[in-house]
Design a binder for this molecule. Structure first.
Ligand SMILES: Nc1ncnc2c1ncn2[C@@H]1O[C@H](COP(=O)(O)OP(=O)(O)OP(=O)(O)O)[C@@H](O)[C@H]1O
Ligand SMILES: [Mg+2]
Length: 238
């Protein structure tokens, strides 16, 4: 019998006293300073291309806000094509936001508690079909309305802006967007194009986060080890 590997949650090793912890507290403080005119309750994390560190950044941002503020925080994996949040939080296969989008489940049913009492994780779940077909604007609006009602902060992990159309649809529903840039790999023009796509759609871009891949994760999260592949087929039908 094949035994599934149990991967511990990032919460079990994430050290808030480390330099990474300090950077995330700074990031939250910057977000708070931007919130004077308009409350930033829902924040989406995206990037130009794949693999820039969106899922890790959104996870650590949600953990940091939950720990610092003690307010109710939700982390939602809206990347229905390359979901990662369930892996980072050791959740395993589970229903999630995809099942809510398709009308099979409710936010309450797919919400997962974490060891941080005020942090809830909503994994991506499964969708039978192309994700963009399910991102009906009124369904998404209702989901965000409910999230705003139940949580003080909602952090959204999303797919990359350039190859996938989903994040632009989602961005219309959030108060602000953070753009993650993987240092040393993503070309300046590519980042500029992603930023333009957002600003041309009148999306509130809060800023850019440089992820220069300081080693904050142990080996078992590496894609190689976990057999994480890009879904070309789904992408082509986009
Ligand atoms: N700062 C970092 N230190 C170490 N590893 C990192 C760091 N940032 C990202 N990684 C690793 O790089 C890979 C991609 O990170 P992550 O999944 O967060 O990116 P992503 O932008 O969400 O990718 P995708 O576009 O596939 O959703 C993962 O294996 C992750 O563990
Ligand atoms: Mg991701």
């Amino acid at each position: 019998m094949k035994r599934s590997k149990v991967i511990p949650s990032i919460l079990s090793f994430y050290n808030k006293e480390s330099s990474v912890g300090t950077e995330f507290r700074r990031l939250y403080s910057n977000i708070k300073n931007l919130s004077t005119n308009r409350k930033l309750q829902t924040i989406m994390v995206t990037s130009a291309m794949v693999g820039e560190g969106k899922s890790l950044t959104s996870s650590l941002l949600a953990v940091t806000i939950a720990e610092l503020t003690k307010l109710k925080v939700a982390l939602v994996d809206f990347d229905l094509r390359r979901p990662k949040i369930n892996l980072y939080f050791g959740i395993g296969e589970s229903e999630g936001i995809g099942n809510v989008l398709s009308g099979e489940s409710t936010l309450k049913l797919v919400s997962r508690k974490t060891i941080i009492p005020n942090l809830t994780v909503i994994p991506s779940g499964r969708l039978k079909g192309v994700p963009s077909d399910f991102l009906d604007q009124s369904t998404v609006a209702n989901i965000f309305q409910e999230l705003r009602f139940y949580f003080d902060y909602v952090i959204i992990d999303s797919p990359p802006i350039i190859p996938i159309s989903d994040p632009l649809l989602l961005a219309e529903h959030v108060d602000g967007v953070l753009l993650v840039v993987r240092g040393g790999t993503t070309q300046r023009e590519v980042v500029q194009r992603a930023a333009n796509l957002l600003t041309n759609s009148k999306i509130n871009v809060l800023g850019v986060i440089l992820n220069d891949f300081e080693e904050v994760l142990p080996y078992y999260y590496k894609e190689k080890y976990y057999g994480y592949h890009y879904h070309q087929k789904v992408l082509k039908s986009d």
